[in-house]
Design a protein around this ligand. Structure first.
Ligand code: F6R
Length: 365
């Protein structure tokens, strides 16, 4: 059942090119038109919406963070992304002009479901992005968008996350087209890049030597830091969660610009820092942050796009992802981070598919 792989997690990591393709291709036709049959919101309904909440837990929340970036950028509506357990006990502003997008692989997570019910009670419209057909969340939402990742068995979420990311892009672009808030050139560029993601993900998976070497460098660490800015910070949070949940190494993700406001005090000789630097307009800022931690003795593994070779002067190891538009980097940059977490956990002899204290579906609070 593991199809020749040692664990479900690594099998599911390798299924990502297919999962991405299966999620995208039924929804994009050859003329670059997005058709989300599963989301039937009209232009009129969309025009009334003045606030979006994206609500989820754990990895699904990390995917939701990309939704915030893309909806704010392309649809020009303010978006609040929050974890469900915080959102539902806060004082959210929800009315009939609110759109809530809940993201849940299982479609059964208790806090996410409670957030959905709260939104519906206050007359908001709710989209669900889920991987399980017929799940409670899919039944209760107004509109359902399925990620076609196939069953995810490993507790640590991998292919669900990458399909959630591309779903966020499709939903944001569809809204932007309906509202007329994106120009055609930008739209075509992003769509063409979406089409290329599956093959680029495969390229990363075909060449894992450097990632294995990097794993050997960090598997004995006490603590690992992930840093990034913008979308790279969001993916840093996902990389950090993956590492801690399956390898039990303490890890923390930091907005790189926040380091100097406290966390940099923890960097000492040999502390591993994974620096994600894929965003063009933030690249120089990231180089400075890498220098800051290097100066305190950090061992830096940098993750960047092909073409950014001068980072090799500063970082100890550099892992490259294929070139891709900045808005979609996380679909690719998370893959080396998933592999890193996996290899480290295997080297440490951990029960990769069933990490201690965790359940695949959190149906209780
Ligand atoms: C991490 C992980 C969890 C889930 C979270 C939400 O690898 O799997 O953080 O992402 O429990 O689960 P769903 O998406 O089923 O609502």
């Amino acid at each position: 059942e593991k199809g020749g792989y040692d664990h479900f997690m690594i099998k599911e990591i390798y299924e990502q090119p297919k999962a991405i393709k299966d999620t995208l291709s039924p929804r994009i036709n050859k003329d670059n038109v997005i058709k989300l049959d599963d989301i039937k919101i009209t232009k009129e309904e969309l025009e009334k919406i003045n606030r979006v909440y994206i609500i989820a837990c754990g990895t699904a929340y990390h995917a939701g963070l990309l939704g915030k970036v893309l909806i704010e950028k392309y649809v020009k509506i303010p978006v609040i992304a929050d974890v469900a357990s915080e959102f539902r006990y806060g004082s959210p502003f929800i009315d009939e002009n609110t759109l809530m997008i809940v993201v849940s692989q299982s479609g059964e997570t208790a806090d996410t479901l409670a957030a959905l019910r709260l939104a519906k009670k206050n007359n908001a419209k709710v989209y669900a992005v889920t991987n399980v057909v017929g799940s409670t969340i899919s039944r209760e939402a107004d509109e359902v968008f399925y990620t076609w990742a196939g069953p995810e068995i490993a507790v640590a979420s991998t292919k669900a996350y990458t399909t959630q990311l591309v779903s966020m892009a499709l939903i944001a672009l569809d809204m932007a087209v309906k509202k007329g808030t994106i120009d055609k050139k930008e739209y075509d560029k992003v769509l063409n890049e979406l089409r290329g993601l599956s093959e680029k993900a495969q390229r990363i998976l075909d060449n894992t030597e450097l990632i294995k070497k990097a794993s050997e460098k960090i598997y004995k660490a006490q603590s690992v830091f992930f840093i990034g800015r913008g979308i790279d910070y969001d993916v840093a949070r996902e990389g950090s969660l993956k590492l801690k949940e399956i390898s039990y190494i303490h890890s923390e993700a930091m907005a790189a610009g926040e380091l100097k406001h406290g966390t940099i005090a923890l960097i000492e000789e040999g502390t591993p820092v994974i620096a994600i630097a894929t965003q063009e307009r933030l690249y120089d800022k990231m180089l400075s942050n890498i220098k800051e931690v290097k100066a305190r003795g950090a061992y830096v593994i940098a993750l960047t796009k092909q073409g950014n070779e001068e980072i090799e002067k500063t970082a100890d190891t550099v892992i490259y992802i294929p070139d891709v538009v900045d808005e979609l980097t996380s679909v690719l940059s998370v893959i080396p981070l998933q592999l890193l977490a996996y290899y480290v956990a295997v080297m440490r002899g951990c029960d990769v598919d069933k990490p201690r204290n965790l359940a695949k579906s959190v149906t209780v609070e």
